[in-house]
Design a protein around this ligand. Sequence first.
Ligand SMILES: Cc1ncc(COP(=O)(O)O)c(C=O)c1O
Length: 494
Amino acid sequence: MEALATPLLEEATGGRDVLLEMDLRRGQLRRNLRCALREAIQDGRLATGTRLPSSRRLATDLRVSRGVVADTYDQLTAEGYLETQPRQAPLVAGVGAAPPVAEEPARLTWAVDFIATTPDVELFPRRAWIRAAERALRDAPNEAFDYGDHRGRIELRRALSSYLGRVRGVRIEPERMVITQGFTQGLDLISRVLLARGSTEIAFETLSQPNGWATPEAVGLRVVGVPVDGDGVRTDALDALGAAAIVVTPAHQFPTGVVMAPERRADLVAWANRADRLIIEDDYDAEYRYDRNAIGAIQGLDPCRVIHIGTASKTLAPGIRLGWMSLPDTLIDEVRAAKAAQDSGSPSIEQLALAALIDSGDYDRHVARARHVYRQRRDALIAELGRHLSGLPIQGAAAGLHVLLRLPDSVDDVAVAAAAAERGIGVNPLSPMSRAGEPQRGLVLGYSRLSVERIETAVGALAVCLADAGVAKRLTAAARGHAVTVPLAQASSS
Ligand SMILES: Cc1ncc(COP(=O)(O)O)c(C=O)c1O
């Protein structure tokens, strides 16, 4: 059977082709045209009210006699599929309404959103992005619409290499960068390269973000944990490590919020050289430091040992899906090949837009603005935690988008988070973030989506949950009041 995407129906459907499956053998034509049109009406490809081409026009386009089309139209009119009026082409009648579209399940949103992994997407700099995207589209050379260099657009690699040098102390030339879909794809690509080189294990800090473990595990690597203390990853535990690489978050450890101490940074790099290992630096939220300038990336200490991975997910929005890898010479060809094998390169127009955003200074201006907002939210959160939950230790440098509220070992933090969820409060428990050893208890409190005005209510509501769990015994009267003021999960998150 020959399937025709008949261009003549373009006119009838407002410029869109409609596929009519038809057998063009002589003798079958009448029946087949009738069936094809009937099916297109029944399944909604030809919607109610669509005007079909005139019988003359359809006959010409199908290269059949006009009588074949006129008979078909008559028959379908008799069957109620078409409505005809004198001297007018027929209209599709009401029988062919499109099948009901399945409802997408509603995205879970929280009345109080302490989820730590996302920034406030309401701050996304729409106007600046529109300007950048417009400039990108206007100035893009034609070759930008073709398959390109699998490392990504040179304009973006240039913009990032200069930005990263200026802001993060990363020492990188554009030639050694690969643009990715966020940190996640960077980790995926390097995991594949490690596996192809014969590695079986990759190490993560423990505690760390469990979503991160899934990526190398899906590739086939085993994930092992290296403990973290108040100075960052425990470098004295590294010599026993068999893994070919370790993923670290030195600027702001996730989830403890610890900034890696200078001697640990030096020890880590020394170990990598001594043991011939790689360091994967997840620089996910380093732009947000509130009490001083951010500490530089470890990559700047040793660009031959450290793979630096950055992302737009915290500075702009996770939906942008852009990240960047700064790679040692020895890895660039393999990572580029892995990227080519995976998706033939990231979308070029988005890359050009980000390059334009950075080059114009709008990216820096946006980050500065967001930093100001988040600092206020963090200050308000710390103040409210002090008021409502003063007995519980708060951990984490004045940086990033979250703090860690420690709970006593006897408290089931997963149960507390589940009880909070029942009341419409989204919060991540700490213990599932342990890869090894005794799980530590706590709640990771993201503040990026809580406006200063909402924070008192949010902390009050959380305090009620903790009081129910027997943690916050001396609940303040103010917190008690929030037991009834916080609605269950609903549409608004900030
Ligand atoms: C520790 C950590 N690293 C990286 C990321 C960013 O991942 P991606 O760039 O793939 O969105 C996140 C996001 O939540 C994170 O929590």
